[in-house]
Design a protein around this ligand. Sequence first.
Ligand SMILES: NC(=O)c1ccc[n+]([C@@H]2O[C@H](COP(=O)([O-])OP(=O)(O)OC[C@H]3O[C@@H](n4cnc5c(N)ncnc54)[C@H](OP(=O)(O)O)[C@@H]3O)[C@@H](O)[C@H]2O)c1
Length: 301
Amino acid sequence: MSKMLVFTEFGGPEKQTTVHQEVSSPRPSQVAIEVKAAGVNPADWKIRAGDMGDHWKLPAPMGREAAGIVTAVGADVEQFSVGDEVLGTAGKGHGTFAQHTVLDAHQTVAKPEELSFADAATLPVAGATAYDLTHQIELEPGQTMVILGAGGGVGVMAAQIGNVHQFNVIGIASASKQELVESTGATFVESGDGATDRIRSVAPHGADLIIDLVGGQPLRDIASVVKDAKNIISSADPTTAEELGGSGVQRTSEGLEKITEVAKYGLVDPHVSQRFTLDDAQQAVAAVEEGHTAGKVIIEP
Ligand SMILES: NC(=O)c1ccc[n+]([C@@H]2O[C@H](COP(=O)([O-])OP(=O)(O)OC[C@H]3O[C@@H](n4cnc5c(N)ncnc54)[C@H](OP(=O)(O)O)[C@@H]3O)[C@@H](O)[C@H]2O)c1
């Protein structure tokens, strides 16, 4: 039996509950794992709230990304064996806030031994998204990348990738995240009223790219700093980005492999700031749902 966090109906946190279920066998293109760590993402509560459609079969297991040890492989899977350490994305109908889960083998890679399970668990969703966001429009070294929401799960890794590429990275976040944002190599700019003037004071010629991890009015407020509105890329709010002339992030199949390689060489550090046990998984989701976490929140069963 596997303990796991599910939601029983679409709605608020009160719809979440812990259940015990039989451990599932993997389908032909899946692998089953013992979960060592799972990353918590805004999508976890947004799916539960019904913000991402109603096509989830209820009760729906929660959690999208994890790292762990392979316990069974599907018939078509040749690249993994029982006992391998891996990181990947949950298969359809499965969740990673669990003792055991099933991953989609096409979205799973071997865990480099240099990476802890905790750090590895942050790469399949947050890390791969940071990779895709920073590569959708290729900048040259020295060009200016503004990151709105630079102190969060995706933002920290996006800023670190920008630094590796020698972009001029400007990270926008609340004052409590100044040290964290600066640790990525970015120039810190405080969010809120007047952010546009503060960006202009450190980038008088404007920005070549805005990476948006917040959306809504905060994105509208700073959009004028980008030289070409096409270069607004959002993972938080594609609708607003498109209204402004930009676009939503296009997720790629190579992002996970690439970010894992980058992390293996120590070029990104996901900055795991809070760790919860599976018994406290609801607190982990609440921390992310509050919307101001620093770096990544993980659950370790
Ligand atoms: N499409 C995809 O495949 C995909 C994948 C991953 C994530 N996403 C989306 O991308 C977004 C970011 O994800 P994440 O994991 O990085 O979230 P997160 O860890 O919650 O980080 C968001 C950050 O935004 C900051 N923030 C909140 N309000 C702000 C404001 N008004 N101005 C400036 N910063 C503000 C928060 O901290 P402070 O307010 O303290 O600065 C927080 O650090 C979410 O909307 C998520 O759903 C999409």
